[in-house]
Each structure stands twice: as C-alpha cells, then as structure tokens.
Write a protein that binds this ligand. Structure first.
Ligand SMILES: [Zn+2]
Ligand SMILES: [Zn+2]
Length: 329
C-alpha cells in the first residue's frame, strides 16, 4: 500500500448561508451534479444544492477510494512483473534460435563448411518439433490476450441478477439433491453449469462461492481455496465469500483469522456468528464468548442462543454444510 495517498482532510464548514456553518461530512457522488462536492447534511435537503442526490460520508468515500487504490497498485505490480517474465522468456529463446540459425548458415556455406572440424546432429532431426510447438504455444498466448482485451472492453461490471439467480437456484437444487445421497458424489454437472455462467460474469461472488462449495465437496480443497482468495479480493464483504472463508479457516484451525472475518460483514449473519463462536470457544476465550453471545442476541434475535446450541449438537453435520442464502425469486 502506498501510504502517501492517505492524507488527512481538513475540517470544512459549509459556506452556504442558512446552513449555519454545519460541518461538511459528506461527499455528493451524484454523477450529474456539478455543484461543490464536499457538503453538509443540510445540503442534501436544500433544493438549491444537492436535494435527492446520492451521498457518502467522507470516511466511507475515503475507504472506497483507498480500496480501489490498493487494488490498482497490486495490479500495476503484477503488470510490471509480467513484462519482466515475458521479456526474459522471449529473450531466452531468441538467443538460442539466433545461435541455431548461425550454425545452419555455416553448414549451408561451402566455404564455412571446409573450416568446420566436427559436425553435430543439426541435420539429424527428421521433424523439427521445436518451431511448430513454440509457434502454437505463442499463438495460444496471443489468443488469450486478445480475449482479455475484448472482455475488459465490453465488461460493464453489471450483473444480470435475474440470469444469475436462475443459475444459482438450479445449482442449489442440484446440491440439495446430492446431499441426500449416501455415497461420495460427483459435482461435475454443477460445476459445468457454474462455469457457463462464470464465463459471462467472472467476478460474481455468489457464483464463485457456489463453485468453491462444489470443489470442496469433491475434495479439491486447494482449488477451492484459490478461488475463494480470488473472490475475497473482489469483495471482502460478500457473505457467501466470508462464510466459505470462515469454514476454511476453522478447518485449518486458523481461529484468530476466522474471528476477524466477522468484522467484515455488513449485516449480522447467523452462520458467520456460529463460526466466530466456534473459534472463540476453541481458543478458550470465555469472556468474549459471553459478550459476543449477548451481541448476537440483540442483533439476531432471542432464538440465536438456542439455534447455536442446535448447531453445536449437530456439529460435524451442520458445520460441514456451507449455507447459501437463497436468492430472491
Ligand atoms: Zn451545506
Ligand atoms: Zn450534488
């Protein structure tokens, strides 16, 4: 992270008459608004200024910009590393191909050939595997980069929720049917279904999390972990991403990290609360267990304690199932 981007904002007071020098704690993020951007609460109520405009607190705005910046710095680093890697890859082959061309020129010139003491197996190869193979591989890389360029140009970062919900419902139904089966089950059909949708929406977190569940159920844990890491980078507040992550952390006995995930959720979540409590209990932090149970009681309703007891009783069974919130139909 580049800390030079973190600057303290001066405290600004609203200069509009009638706004009584109220502190300017908000930013108007309305795309069409041409008025000054740092505003007070009254500005959003005032017809003359930002009435009905969308706003964020300066804190929220700063956090969002900071997150974007961190990701862009990461991407910049990745691009620079890729240039280095790709260049050294090409140079390496360019040099050896150049050497082989020179040798061929020597072998094809009578004057040069007379001077040569020994002849190696340059001409022995019946087929030249190397050149066609390299050509084919490089062509594949080129096609891939063309595809990325086209995709990032067309990519509007807008999901068709209806489309996505159809896939989600279909896959959740498949998962529920498979759960009824006794023996280890194949999830290839569900994964194929998800891959089709992910081709169109490669950054949709609930689709990614469903795929993680399928992979984990098929014992492809490493794949599932990598995919969850990717989804976590896309959205650290997505509940499906956090739930799957919490499951991974608990199974890895990384309880401290599991507990911290709860702070990322934007709305209280029962299942994530279970994971946090499980982890606190594993770490024998009784005082915090008590405190967190009380907090959940307030946020998630009186029945929380009871449902957590049920969860503990059924541990192993319930705990091993990933909960996917049903999409709105
Ligand atoms: Zn104002
Ligand atoms: Zn405005």
């Amino acid at each position: 992270m580049n800390s030079s981007c973190q600057q303290n904002w001066p405290e600004i007071r609203c200069q509009y008459a009638r706004h009584n020098e109220m502190p300017c704690k908000y930013i108007c993020i309305d795309n069409n608004c041409k008025k000054k951007k740092i505003v007070c609460f009254r500005c959003f109520q005032d017809k003359e200024y930002h009435q009905n405009h969308q706003g964020l607190t300066i804190e929220e705005f700063k956090q969002k910009v900071q997150l974007r910046l961190e990701n862009l710095f990461k991407l910049k680093q990745i691009l620079q590393d890729s240039i280095k890697n790709f260049q050294s890859f090409i140079y390496k082959y360019e040099e050896s191909v150049e050497a082989l061309i020179n040798k061929g020129k020597q072998y094809s010139s009578p004057g040069e050939l007379l001077k040569i003491e020994t002849i190696d197996n340059y001409f022995v190869l019946e087929n030249d595997h190397f050149a066609p193979y390299m050509q084919q591989q490089l062509e594949k890389i080129r096609q891939r980069t063309d595809k990325i360029t086209k995709f990032t140009q067309d990519f509007k970062f807008i999901f068709n929720e209806e489309d996505i919900n159809k896939v989600k419902l279909k896959v959740i139904k498949m998962l529920n049917e498979k759960k009824q089966l006794e023996k280890p089950t194949d999830y290839t059909d569900a994964i194929t279904e998800l891959n089709k949708a992910l081709k169109q929406y490669p950054t949709n977190c609930s689709l990614l999390s469903l795929k993680c569940t399928c992979l984990a159920n098929q014992n492809q844990i490493e794949e599932a972990k990598k995919l969850n890491e990717y989804a976590f980078q896309i959205n650290q507040n997505d509940e499906t991403v956090l739930l799957f992550r919490a499951k991974l952390k608990t199974e890895n006995k990384e309880y401290e990290e599991c507990i911290q995930l709860y702070d990322l959720i934007t709305e209280p979540n029962k299942y994530l609360a279970y994971y946090k409590l499980d982890s606190l209990i594993e770490l024998k932090r009784e005082a915090e267990v008590k405190k967190f149970l009380e907090q959940c009681d307030k946020q998630l309703g009186q029945s929380f304690k009871w449902s957590y007891e049920e969860h503990k009783k059924g541990s192993g069974k319930i705990r091993n199932e990933i909960q996917h919130p049903q999409p709105q139909q």
